[in-house]
Design a protein around this ligand. Structure first.
Ligand code: SF4
Length: 353
């Protein structure tokens, strides 16, 4: 438990900064509509506000209510999500929209437990929707809040450890201004985003400066502490664009991976680079090759695509063939139709779409 005096000082400092200095603008800020809050929060998971803003505006325009989102086709939603990454969020979004619209009469649950029962809604998102839309006294704990708390209060244990995260949750709940949960939550998140930033925090203009542990001990760069070093994985992806009379062979990606629900060309994935002659041999792709005349249209340069914890090295081999072949799980579509499908950013980048 935090001393009462410190709690009062902390809350007052945050709220005064918010009142006098906070000019951070976001289209969903201050609104009470749980649908819009939910949408913005799901979009902002693992995504910068600047990147998420355009997507949010396009989604609200296309799907102004949870009912319109629930009734739209999966491809339409994925297409609008294209480029935002972490596509499991999009699947969860569709599932939750259907649940709220078809089972809950369009009303989001008004309790923490109810919100947590929605697919894709974890403690942070439940606290954000609960406090912003319904005024529930739930403290948000995102990366920004975690950073502020660990620096101001001098928490040196690694915040990526479950026990430490739990401790932070209790501290955040203890510090929450229960009379103004929405205002306080938004203020501390904004403060973390614009003042107590990951790099070069603006300590000179910070209301916590005199008592901030990190500032007093010169530990801003060390806090919050992390224990895990996440290994960067390297993947080699080769896409075979098979074409016959303006049609190309694509499939919708299934399974539980980052591109689930998106469309792609015939794919070969390897742990090490492949030679061109290997790639031009259809039998290495598990494709029929006897009696088929092939013409190489283009072989792309290697394209490097950096995801959060993966470096993808990709090459496209575009080959025209003289007849349609059947390949399990794939179907032939015109280029115009493929353009309407949701595609990974890696593909749209190469295709120039
Ligand atoms: Fe963050 Fe610096 Fe303020 Fe401490 S003094 S809370 S490190 S901005």
């Amino acid at each position: 438990m935090i001393e009462k005096q410190i709690k009062t000082w902390f809350r007052r400092s945050i709220l005064q900064w918010n009142l006098n200095k906070n000019d951070r603008k976001m289209p969903w800020k201050g609104i009470k509509d749980p649908y819009k809050i939910w949408l913005s929060e799901i979009m902002l998971q693992q995504t910068r506000v600047e990147q998420g803003m355009g997507y949010y505006n396009r989604f609200i325009k296309a799907f102004p209510t949870v009912h319109s989102l629930a009734q739209s086709s999966e491809n339409q939603v994925f297409k609008l999500w294209e480029g935002l990454g972490y596509y499991s969020r999009c699947s969860n979004l569709i599932e939750t929209a259907k649940k709220v619209s078809f089972e809950l009469g369009g009303r989001f649950p008004e309790s923490r437990e109810g919100l947590l029962s929605l697919k894709g809604v974890g403690p942070y998102t439940a606290a954000a929707i609960g406090s912003f839309a319904f005024g529930l006294p739930l403290a948000v704990l995102d990366g920004n809040v975690m950073r502020v708390l660990s620096r101001v209060l001098g928490i040196k244990e690694p915040v990526d450890q479950p026990a430490v995260k739990k401790k932070m949750e209790l501290l955040a709940a203890d510090l929450l201004d229960e009379k103004n949960p929405a205002l306080y939550n938004q203020a501390i998140m904004d403060f973390g985003a614009v003042v107590c930033k990951p790099q070069q925090p603006d300590c000179k203009n910070c209301p916590f400066q005199k008592k901030c542990y990190a500032f007093q001990h010169g530990m801003q760069a060390m806090l919050p502490a992390k224990s895990k070093k996440i290994k960067n994985r390297e993947r080699f992806l080769y896409y075979l664009i098979l074409e016959h009379k303006g049609k190309q062979l694509v499939r919708k990606r299934t399974g539980n991976d980052i591109w689930r629900g998106l469309y792609e060309f015939v794919l070969m994935e390897k742990d090490e680079p492949q030679e061109l002659k290997t790639l031009q041999n259809f039998s290495n792709w598990g494709l029929p090759s006897v009696g088929i005349n092939k013409q190489v249209v283009e072989v792309s340069e290697e394209i490097v695509h950096q995801l959060t914890h993966q470096k993808i090295k990709c090459q496209f081999i575009h080959i025209s063939i003289d007849r349609l072949i059947n390949v399990d799980g794939y179907a032939w579509h015109s280029k115009a139709a493929i353009r309407q499908f949701p595609l990974p950013r890696l593909l749209t980048r190469y295709l120039g779409w």
